[in-house]
Design a protein around this ligand. Structure first.
Ligand code: AHG
Ligand code: MN
Ligand code: MN
Length: 321
């Protein structure tokens, strides 16, 4: 196992050396994400000012229009992911259609991302994040994004919390890196993250309780009877980050109003499911693993449950009774 404190670039290169046939493409791709993450993090740290000003539609001292943080983050992701030349196509939660950057015309990969997750939390100084999912290019059309989540080559997120962290997996475990602001480097702080088999926390927007189906209500009641406590941040990245480390469960279920839930399969559900399963947890729509869903469209929504084995098995028991 890599040593705590190893910097992200050394770690990525070390991983590449384990695959003698590797061409370095994935390494370049991950480094582009890292660079974008650092840039977004620096904007997030100034968000208290920039986003409020952005909302007011004012101009900054250079006379430029001040942009909102989700627009800034989206642009930074597009700029870095295009320039690295490794991505044939990019799909963003913020864009209607995929884009095919000129620099990536020989790229082997495609990437879907949520440039800024939890945007309703920006104004109140609560953790937000960026989520990404990398898959292989197949035919070179937008349809390439409609692959099952289990085909992901890599997935991860950046959380802009009390510290900035980058957590990712290439399919052999999950590792977390914390940004050391004094040197501007991500350092390995959470090697080989594994969820506990059972946790103590459930995490759902319980204001929807009355709109949920009976089996889900009974399941949550069961967790309460077992003495679980509730935590819900409202930024998926932050809620999943806590679940990865402490176990328990996070969910955004379907309800009477939102029959497919709220979260997007490609940008949110699938990459997070990949990480949770890589860390020994389980993902579910209530019936099957999220990683087995064959997407039908880019912005498809899906009910999401992620967590420790115990809580997820119990959920599926209730949901499939
Ligand atoms: P985004 O900011 O990218 O639109 O995503 C917000 C999502 C997700 O982060 C979170 O889990 C969920 O919205 C919270 O929704 P509710 O406010 O309905 O609980
Ligand atoms: Mn989101
Ligand atoms: Mn978003």
């Amino acid at each position: 196992m890599a040593k705590i404190g190893t910097d992200l670039n050394s770690f990525i290169l070390e991983e590449e050396r384990k695959h003698p046939d590797a061409t370095g493409s994935l390494t370049m791709a991950l480094m582009a994400i890292e660079a974008a993450a650092k840039k977004i993090a620096s904007h997030v740290r100034r968000a208290g000012l920039a986003d409020i000003l952005g909302k007011a539609g004012t101009t900054n001292v250079q006379g430029e229009e001040v942009q909102k943080l989700d627009v800034i983050s989206n642009n930074i992701m597009i700029e870095h992911l295009s320039a690295c030349g490794e991505f044939f196509a990019l799909a963003s939660e913020e864009l209607d259609e995929a884009i095919f950057p000129e620099e990536g015309k020989n790229g082997k990969y495609i990437i879907a991302f949520d440039p800024l997750d939890g945007s309703s939390n920006i104004d109140v100084n609560v953790s937000i994040g960026t989520i990404f999912s990398i898959q292989r290019k197949i035919n070179g059309t937008q349809e390439d994004f409609l692959q099952e989540g289990k085909n992901q080559i890599a997935a991860g997120y950046v959380i802009y919390g009390s510290s900035t962290m980058l957590v990712y997996s290439t399919g052999s475990g999950v590792n977390g890196f914390t940004l050391d602001p004094s040197v501007g480097m991500f350092l390995l702080s959470h090697p080989d993250i594994k969820l506990p088999e059972k946790g103590k926390i459930y995490s759902l927007n319980e204001s929807n309780y009355k709109k949920w189906d009976e089996p889900l209500r009974k399941y949550v009641d069961h967790l309460k009877d077992e003495g679980y406590t509730a935590r819900y941040i409202g930024s998926m990245v932050a809620d999943v980050h806590r679940t990865l480390i402490k176990g328990g469960m996070f969910g955004y279920p379907a309800d009477k109003k939102n029959v497919n839930g709220k979260l997007r399969l490609l940008y949110e559900a699938s990459p997070m499911a990949f990480l949770i399963e890589q860390a020994g947890g389980k993902s579910s729509t209530g019936k099957d693993s999220i990683l087995d869903i064959k997407p039908e469209k880019l912005h498809q929504r899906v009910p999401v449950f992620l967590g420790s084995k115990y809580e997820m098995d119990l959920l599926e028991k209730y949901m499939n009774e």
